[in-house]
Design a protein around this ligand. Structure first.
Ligand code: DPP
Ligand code: ZN
Length: 878
């Protein structure tokens, strides 16, 4: 196993300025001819040229047309005694796309050819300097059977195409923009396309295309609309224009990632392209919009300016996630809908990134080392990276951030750069700003892992009318980083009076950049209620000993929607953890119930916001709160406490749930706008609670209504919501409904994924859900080979269903270990994702902890384990 270190970076010995690739495409053996123009790097004269290659067969190497000697070293092809002047290098090799089960490089899926090159897939196609700082102009010739592969696509513009003997045909593509190899793509398949021509604000004409399999054309309208909206948004918000005549999106059903931003030829997991009201939920529609936006935005933040090395991954990913989050908020429109999106993003961050930052895989946003770079496409690099960009935007202001982005492009367009370059540009465009004044300290966000604890203490002096707020920070040790320097933490805040009214003149952004600091507020007549970290202005854990009264005030009145929601979550967490500590019994108090009732019945609040407030913190989130408090996690006690609270809320708010259902269950013709989505979400939550309560009390009314809704639903959100109510409520009507759903959608792979996932998320009771998951793993429709299908059952269980996964007998872990081993045999990237499920095993209570260790050790004992999975289990056991 070799470790790659950030500090070992050296510039390449040679630049590859252009590549002319020819592919004779055949599943069993594809011939690749690569003709490169190579230029020695003047800073490193006389060095050998080392080219990466993996699982490919070399047949010929020519330098300026002559054979040369070469050897292999550590998997690389090494060429020595090369000309000191620019030279032509030709390489011929073969690869076997039909046998490429890793889905990295060139592979087949559904009878077509597709590629995935980020991060290091190009070396599985041909020998190359497969590193992002080597940027070349690509010309690509594809030759293939004309009947089987009527569409031949690659990056850039189509310059030539035609027939060949023996039923074959060809196409030549030319991409004028120099790019690193990870942005190369080709597709050869039987696809159809939705096409639209657009003229942008600046008067440029473009052709937009979405390619899918023949039966899926009716599911492409939303992706096309999202692409058009993305193009308009980037031009309006950041002045960034589409630089290509043609922009293509291709959907493929076997894909390890969500999507890939290859220059001009984005390749997408079908899950993030295909959406029709009948087959996709509101959440799917939102995901399509955000992923289409994300990949499109990469065209500037990622492709035009790329990463110098893979340690800088967050340069493009953190920034592009920030951009896609802003895009989705702008698309949502009004402030209340923006706040809903923000709450969802924060919930996601805390659900996935916080545990990562507290476990064995904790790493900085800009990591210092890796064994397998594929393991660092993480919530930290993406989602925490986005928060780091957002904090910069907060510190320089919206206009200042735009100026910073302008400077970043002016300086670095066409280059491969670092996170430092980005931060420097934002700061340099904003002299005298809160960022520029403390840039070095701010950059600790790139260098240090771990989630900072932000402690807040307020004191009020009645004699002077002065309120003093003291903020202090502390970040726990993470692997390899025992001691931490202070971070720059922007804390958006304001004060409320006891009645919950905002106190004029107290809204501000405090910037904590030392271990501890105090701020004072004068002229107050009574102790205020502080509203801290509004909008979640920094990715920290706020340790604030709020009284119940303060939290009720915030929940009922704060002007900041995020903190209203957060206060409700805190009230729920306190009750749930108290119950866990006391052995499970939970009796809900009227104060809490009536506060939730007020939210549910408040005509001034959006349904979407109500649904978020009324949704209890997840079991995973509760587990992390316990771990933060230094208490061993008992997933079963957490599950029991949360189920008990859900049952009580179902009962005590029964009449309110009925009202919520009646007011929100009819949304008319399907439109995925925020208001309709919010109403459907609240109606589904209400139905879920009503069925839960009905089953608990032997009342059939709402079970019958849910079944009727399931049958009559006019869209997938309503249909799946009703089905979930029956399945998750354990209604006796669930089994038949599940069968019917499966029969209705047997030809729709993405819907069958939902069918598996729904059953894998059912609240566990007496081991029945886990037993059912094991049965489903043997279902004829189940397969580990297709990543979406594999994830639908396994990752869904390990990530979203702790009650089923964490069993006192360890059977959940043993089942998981078997599957990780099996998947590792053919798809290491997918296996190493699955292997992360027990990252937090050391924080578990017994007997879970010992069983978990045994299961991880069992995976580690597999001698031929892939490097990807090996890195995960080694770190877990370290
Ligand atoms: N395709 C992945 C993404 O867009 C990796 N770049 O984030
Ligand atoms: Zn990305």
């Amino acid at each position: 196993v070799t470790l790659t270190r950030r500090e070992d970076y050296v510039a390449p010995s040679h630049w590859i300025r252009s590549v002319d690739l020819t592919f004779e495409l055949e599943p069993a053996k594809t011939l690749v001819i690569s003709r490169m123009q190579v230029e020695p790097n003047a800073d490193r004269p006389g060095e050998p040229l080392r080219l990466d290659g993996e699982d490919i067969t070399l047949t010929r190497v020519l330098v300026n047309g002559n054979s040369v000697s070469f050897h292999f070293d550590a998997g690389q092809l090494v060429l020595e005694k090369l000309p000191a002047e620019p030279f032509a290098l030709e390489i011929r090799n073969t690869c076997a796309p039909g046998k490429n089960t890793q889905l990295s490089g060139l592979y087949t899926s559904g009878g077509g050819f597709f590629t995935q090159c980020e991060a290091q897939g190009f070396r599985r196609i041909t020998y190359f300097a497969d590193r992002p700082d080597v940027m070349a102009v690509f010309k690509v010739t594809l030759r293939a059977d004309a009947k089987l592969y009527p569409m031949l696509l690659s990056n850039g513009n189509l310059v030539e195409s035609g027939e060949l003997p023996k039923g074959r045909h060809y196409a030549v593509w030319s991409d004028p923009h120099p790019k690193p190899s990870y942005l190369f793509a080709l597709v050869a398949a039987d696809l159809v396309c939705r096409e639209q021509k657009i003229r942008t604000r600046s008067g440029q004409d473009h052709t937009l295309q979405v390619y899918v399999r023949a039966g899926d054309l009716d599911k492409t309208e939303h992706a096309m609309n999202s692409l058009i909206a993305s193009i308009a948004w980037d031009e309006a918000r950041f002045g960034l224009k589409l630089d290509l005549e043609r922009f293509m999106i291709v959907a493929v059903s076997d894909f390890n990632m969500g999507a890939m931003e290859n220059k001009g030829l984005n390749i997408f997991n079908t899950k993030f392209v295909l959406a029709s009201p009948a087959t996709a939920t509101d959440i799917d529609f939102g995901n399509v919009e955000s992923v289409v936006g994300h990949e499109y935005f990469h065209n500037w933040t990622g492709n035009r300016i790329t990463c110098r090395d893979w340690f800088q991954l967050s340069l493009k990913e953190g920034l592009t996630v920030y951009r896609d989050q802003e895009f989705s908020q702008d698309m949502a429109g009004v402030a209340s809908a923006r706040a809903v999106k923000r709450i969802e993003d924060v919930r996601q961050l805390r659900q996935s990134q916080y545990p990562e930052d507290a476990g064995p895989m904790a790493h900085p946003v800009r990591p210092d080392q890796y064994q397998a770079i594929d393991n660092f496409y993480t919530a930290t690099v993406y989602d925490k990276g986005a928060e780091v960009v957002r904090m910069m935007a907060t510190l320089v202001g919206r206009a200042g951030f735009r100026k910073g982005m302008d400077l970043y492009f002016a300086r670095h367009d066409g280059q491969a750069v670092t996170c430092d370059d980005f931060a420097q540009a934002i700061a340099d465009a904003n002299h005298g700003s809160a960022l520029a004044e403390r840039l070095d300290t701010f950059k600790h966000w790139y260098a240090q892992a771990g989630t900072p604890r932000l402690k807040a203490e307020g004191s009020f002096d009645a004699d002077t009318g002065r309120y003093t707020l003291t903020l202090s920070q502390h970040t726990p040790a993470t692997p390899g980083q025992p001691l931490k320097q202070p971070f720059v933490i922007p804390v958006a805040m304001g004060l409320l009076d006891a009645a919950g009214q905002p106190i004029t003149g107290t809204d501000r952004v405090l910037v904590l950049d030392t271990a501890s600091q105090s701020w004072t507020f004068d002229g107050l007549t009574a102790a205020p209620v502080p509203s801290l970290l509004r909008g979640f202005s920094a990715p920290v854990i706020l340790e604030w000993d709020a009284s119940e009264a303060e939290l009720f005030t915030l929940l009922g009145h704060d002007t900041d929607a995020f903190n209203r929601w957060e206060a409700g979550q805190r009230l729920a967490v306190q009750r749930l953890l108290a119950a866990v500590r006391q052995g499970g019994d939970l009796v809900l108090d009227e104060a809490f119930v009536s506060a939730l009732r007020s939210v549910l019945n408040d005509p001034a609040l959006d349904a979407a916001f109500k649904e978020l407030v009324l949704t209890l913190p997840s079991e995973g989130y509760l587990a992390e709160r316990m771990a933060e408090a230094g208490e061993p996690i008992d997933p079963q006690k957490i599950h029991a406490a949360r189920e008990s609270m859900r049952a009580q809320l179902a009962r005590s708010l029964h009449a309110d749930w009925v009202t919520a259902w009646e007011q929100n269950s009819q949304t008319g013709g399907y439109r995925p706008d925020p208001v309709s989505c919010g109403r459907r979400a609240l109606a589904n939550l209400a139905l879920n609670m009503l069925v839960l309560d009905g089953v608990a009390h032997g009342e059939p009314l709402w079970q019958g209504k849910a079944l009727q809704r399931f049958k009559d639903a006019g869209n997938m959100t309503d249909r799946l919501g009703a089905l979930a109510a029956l399945v998750h409520g354990r209604s006796s009507l669930a089994g038949a409904a599940l069968e019917r759903f499966h029969a209705m959608f047997s030809g729709e792979a993405l819907v069958i994924d939902k069918w598996f996932a729904l059953q894998a998320t059912a609240p566990e009771q007496d081991g029945q859900v886990f037993a059912q998951i094991k049965v489903l793993a043997r279902h004829p429709d189940y397969s580990l080979r297709n990543p979406n299908r594999a994830r639908s059952l396994l990752l869904t269980m390990t990530q979203l269903n702790p009650g089923a996964f964490h069993r006192a007998d360890g059977a959940g872990y043993a089942f998981w270990a078997d599957k990780v081993q099996e998947v590792d045999g053919f798809n290491p990237q997918l296996a190493s994702r699955m292997a992360r499920a027990l990252d937090r095993w050391r924080a578990l209570a017994e007997p879970f902890r010992s069983h978990a260790r045994t299961a991880i050790e069992r995976i580690a004992a597999k001698t031929d384990l892939s490097g990807d999975t090996r890195e995960i289990v080694t770190r877990a056991l370290a």
